[in-house]
Design a protein around this ligand. Structure first.
Ligand SMILES: C[S@@+](CC[C@H](N)C(=O)[O-])C[C@H]1O[C@@H](n2cnc3c(N)ncnc32)[C@H](O)[C@@H]1O
Length: 241
């Protein structure tokens, strides 16, 4: 087992507030799924299996709870194999998103979906992600520019700005490059509960029982202030039938 995945799994097991926050995310992801075969890309510590039944979990790192060890940029599946691909905090870790979306387009059935729940960069979250988080936020790049593939690259290397750029400033360029996809959902999420929970960090500023009331309160505010203060971006795209 990769040591980092084992460490994240330990934090998951010992942190009820994190599980409360993530179970809400899993519920949203499940609601976005088609019925049929689902592949999770970048399954990591494997927690999504608690809420999403029959998901096949893939990661480039090894762990006993994962089903397939492979690279998202070269997927070992036949064409038209899946109804759903789930990426939870993974798109911004992939080195070359172009290669991934080509593969995704190949292995998805017509009408199949790519469901992505990722960091979202807003004026408020930028401040926190930029100054208080170890992963970089690099906004002045073109996420569709081809990068070379470095076999020595750490799969935890990332640019947290990629999802926001890809489905914001570069959204038209994305759908020109991948005309077989259309966007069916784009939402800003996570105002208080997620950042205050500390995520996979060891600390939390809130007790588990405050999570559900906070999420209810967020639901009311998100349509108004999500794009200025949300910490996450939830995007679903669909392959044309
Ligand atoms: C931040 S973790 C997210 C893990 C999990 N989805 C979660 O929400 O807890 C990112 C994961 O993506 C994986 N990853 C990064 N690049 C990948 C690639 N090219 N192919 C497959 N998995 C990759 C990493 O190994 C890591 O487990």
């Amino acid at each position: 087992v990769d040591q980092r995945l084992a460490d994240y799994r330990k934090i998951w097991d010992s942190k009820p507030v994190l599980r409360e926050v993530y179970h809400d995310y899993y519920k949203r992801i499940l609601q976005a799924c088609n019925s049929g075969l689902t592949l999770e890309i970048g399954g990591g510590s494997g927690n999504i299996k608690e809420r999403i039944p029959n998901v096949i979990s893939l990661d480039v790192l090894h762990a006993s709870w994962l089903d397939v060890i492979a690279d998202a940029q070269k997927l070992p599946f036949k064409p038209n194999a899946f109804q759903n691909l789930i990426l939870f905090d993974v798109l911004h870790h992939i080195e070359n998103q172009n290669l991934f979306f080509k593969e995704a387009s190949r292995i998805l059935k017509p009408g199949g979906k790519i469901i992505m729940l990722e960091p979202g960069i807003t004026p408020l979250s930028w401040f926190f992600y930029n100054f208080l988080h170890q992963e970089p936020v690099i906004l002045n790049i073109d996420p569709l520019a081809h990068n070379s593939i470095d076999p020595e690259r750490d799969p935890y290397d990332s640019n947290q700005a990629i999802p926001t750029l890809m489905f914001g400033k570069y959204q038209n360029a994305f759908f020109n490059t991948f005309p077989e996809f259309k966007i069916i959902q784009k939402e800003w999420l996570s105002l208080f509960a997620y950042p205050l929970s500390g995520g996979f960090k060891k600390w939390s500023l809130i007790p588990p029982k405050t999570v559900l009331p906070l999420l209810k309160f967020e639901e009311v505010l998100l349509p108004y202030i999500g794009k200025f203060a949300g910490f996450r971006l939830f995007v679903t795209i669909e392959k044309n039938s």
